[in-house]
Write a protein that binds this ligand. Structure first.
Ligand code: ADP
Ligand code: ADP
Ligand code: MG
Length: 456
């Protein structure tokens, strides 16, 4: 008798719900884990079972590897879905999962250690002939040798944490004078946030677009890319709005970047869903910056235009099934945009606004998708990421998608706490955004504008 499939979800919030839904559709049981702060969370209620794994702070619960693993073993799970963030890219955790003969829904620990480390990923990409940003060969030995490399490359440069993520552990340096203090600061931030202070240097690309390619690969060696996502709308190197297809890619460039991503995925025998991130400069040159070896926050826009359920595919692949489609089967259908809805106050420097949600009106209609874990009466805890919902629209054209997003944002009401809904609504009316003319510096410039107007 084959063992019954059962998945532990090592995450919280909307992504935990996303995985529960996919598993249920596949007829697979789920186990939720939660912290003391999340007792009233929807993932706890919607999973077949739920286990408390510790205290409020992430390090006492969602980042506690032994607690998560014990929960999986004691409930008889044969697979773990990590979602994004938390332990999703932690090779030590994945190795522990493997040793317990539990299937990790993602690549293996060796792959994660190799390509998840950003400095090592650069070396691998380079050896495969995939262009990378000019920078240091490997991690910096110390501040002085870093300074020499920065001088050689020429300012501005970026100092980046090799284990960094979520836009943290990155500093831009514009001169020799700034270098040493930026090095110390970033090293400390990397140490405290990621437990690894290794740093590397990249030339700072002026006003780039962030273009990433969704990859999916099975255990039989089939690798397919599901086109790009343009994630250039960022605040402090953290994505805020994503869309696909990218307004700046033509067919040729789309094919080139897609092929580069496939080449890299094949070179490392990649299995499961992953994303290769690239920067594209104003001349159309593209450079690999990192790979995320997990499902991404913005995966729904790819699902919208391809009609493929990425999380169900992830689960199927982990259980040994082959991809149900070939490269030639996947086509771009229409246009999709995602707005990240955060519990934060854009008028107060995007300060997080945890607290009780008194009431909600959800948007709806054709081509609208809302991935969220909030409900009226829900209390947003102060301990985790401030993202509380993802609003995704899908329409035949980009113009129609923008109009749909405006209406959806207008009809999305959250009472009790401040959110960035109105701010997103303003961006949907910005002439440059509407023209598709924006780069990773857009939001910083937009904020200066909004602040000036609010002072008038
Ligand atoms: P994505 O890369 O999926 O677009 P983000 O960069 O916003 O999304 O990251 C998703 C979540 O994961 C955020 O909560 C972010 O803080 C967290 N995260 C991403 N990478 C790491 C990492 N290396 N270590 C810790 N947290 C991370
Ligand atoms: P994270 O792991 O935090 O996602 P990334 O390496 O993906 O870090 O970089 C996050 C963002 O920072 C990019 O999307 C881009 O906007 C900016 N960035 C990173 N490297 C560079 C660079 N060399 N030049 C200009 N911008 C960069
Ligand atoms: Mg990134």
């Amino acid at each position: 008798m084959p063992m019954k499939n059962k998945i532990l979800i090592a995450n919280r919030g909307e992504i935990a719900l996303r995985v529960i839904r996919a598993a249920k559709e596949l007829g697979i049981e789920t186990v939720a884990v939660y912290s003391l702060a999340d007792e009233q969370s929807l993932h706890v209620k919607l999973a077949d079972e739920a286990i408390c794994i510790g205290g409020h702070r992430s390090k006492d619960s969602y980042l506690n590897m032994n607690s998560v693993l014990s929960a999986a073993i004691s409930t008889g799970c044969n697979a773990i879905h990590p979602g994004y963030g938390f332990l999703s890219e932690n090779s030590e955790f994945v190795e522990m999962v493997e040793r317990c003969q539990i299937q990790f829904i993602g690549p293996n620990s060796k792959t994660i250690a190799m390509i998840g480390d950003k400095s090592s990923a650069r070396a691998i990409a380079k050896s495969c002939g995939v262009p990378i940003v000019e920078g240091s060969d490997g991690i910096l030995e110390d501040a002085d040798s870093g300074l020499k490399i920065a001088k050689k490359i020429g300012y501005p440069v970026m100092i980046k944490a090799s284990s960094g993520g979520g836009g943290r552990g990155i500093a831009i340096v514009r001169s020799d004078d700034e270098f040493l203090s930026a090095f110390e600061r970033t090293s400390l931030e990397a140490e405290t946030s990621f437990g690894d202070k290794s740093l590397y240097i990249e030339k700072f690309i002026e006003s780039p677009r962030h273009i990433e390619i969704q990859i999916i690969a099975d255990k039989s060696g089939n690798v397919v890319h599901l086109f790009e996502r343009d994630c250039s709308m960022q605040r402090r190197n953290q994505k805020m709005i994503e869309e696909t297809p990218s307004p700046i890619l033509n067919e040729l460039l789309r094919r080139k970047i897609g092929n580069a991503a496939i080449k890299l995925a094949k070179a490392i025998n990649y299995v499961n869903a992953g994303t290769m991130e690239f920067l594209v400069d104003s001349k159309g040159n593209f450079y690999f910056i990192e790979m995320n070896t997990r499902i991404q926050v913005e995966h729904p826009i790819t699902e919208a235009i391809t009609g493929i359920d990425l999380v169900k595919e992830q689960i199927r692949i982990a259980y040994g099934k082959e991809l149900s489609f070939k490269q030639r089967d996947v086509k771009i259908n229409g246009h999709a945009i995602e707005c990240r809805i955060n519990a934060e106050d854009p008028m107060k420097g995007f300060m997080p606004t945890p607290g009780k949600i008194e009431n909600i009106l959800f948007p709806g209609g054709i081509g609208i998708r809302l991935d969220t874990h909030i409900y009226p009466g829900y209390e947003v805890p102060p301990f985790y990421d401030s993202m509380i919902a993802k609003l995704i629209v899908h329409a035949p054209t980009r113009k129609e998608a923008i109009k749909k997003m405006r209406v959806a944002l207008e009809q999305f009401v959250i009472e009790g706490i401040s959110t960035n809904i109105e701010y997103q609504y303003l961006i949907m009316h910005n002439p440059d955004f509407i023209k598709g003319q924006y780069d990773t510096g857009f939001i910083a410039r937009f904020n200066t504008l909004v602040e000036a107007e609010s002072r008038e």
